[in-house]
Write a protein that binds this ligand. Structure first.
Ligand SMILES: [Fe+2]
Ligand SMILES: [Fe+2]
Length: 173
């Protein structure tokens, strides 16, 4: 069967949905379980989001019509909102609190909303804008990128920024 980036990204969305279901099911006492699940969510989400931002979204925008560009703008803003506001707020909360549970729930809801928009709109458009060969070669590039140093550096940089924002939020609230 031919490789297909859109199927890979959809599979990763589903894996994230599963992890959010698990973390939403934990109690405030599950300190280690929550920390581990949050770590798993981030290590699944970050390479996915960063590759979309750096490679896939720009390639999509280059071919998109006005509706496509609007969809692209929505997706980019949702990424920013999650990275700049939601994840730092999750990190600023103590994992053994209802605040953490509430913030992680919103985090999961936003990811589910964003993923569904991609699946029903952006990916549908992408399937028309790119040939099967192109979607297959994106899939190969993505797999290589995830294993590369660039990916590790981009993800580490993002985690650093989140750490700084979380520290500020836990001080100023
Ligand atoms: Fe996305
Ligand atoms: Fe995605």
């Amino acid at each position: 069967m031919r490789r297909d980036i859109l199927k890979t990204l959809k599979k990763e969305h589903d894996a994230l949905r599963g992890l959010f279901a698990e973390i939403n099911d934990t109690t405030d006492r599950a300190e280690k379980g929550r920390a581990k699940l949050l770590e798993a969510i981030e290590s699944n989400l970050m390479p996915h989001a960063k590759w979309e931002e750096i490679v896939f979204y720009p390639a999509f925008a280059e071919r998109a019509d006005r509706e496509g560009l609007k969809t692209h703008a929505e997706a980019v803003l949702e990424h920013h909102a999650v990275e700049q506001v939601v994840i730092p707020e999750v990190h600023a909360a103590d994992v053994q609190t209802p605040e953490f549970a509430g913030r992680v729930k919103v985090f999961g809801e936003l990811i589910d909303h964003h993923a569904r928009e991609e699946e029903t709109t952006l990916f549908k458009m992408a399937r028309k804008l790119f040939s099967a060969e192109e979607l297959s070669s994106f899939d190969e590039q993505y797999e290589e990128w995830k294993r590369s140093n660039t990916a590790a550096m981009v993800v580490a940089g993002e985690k650093g920024k989140i750490g700084v924002k979380a520290a500020i939020k836990s001080i100023v609230g």
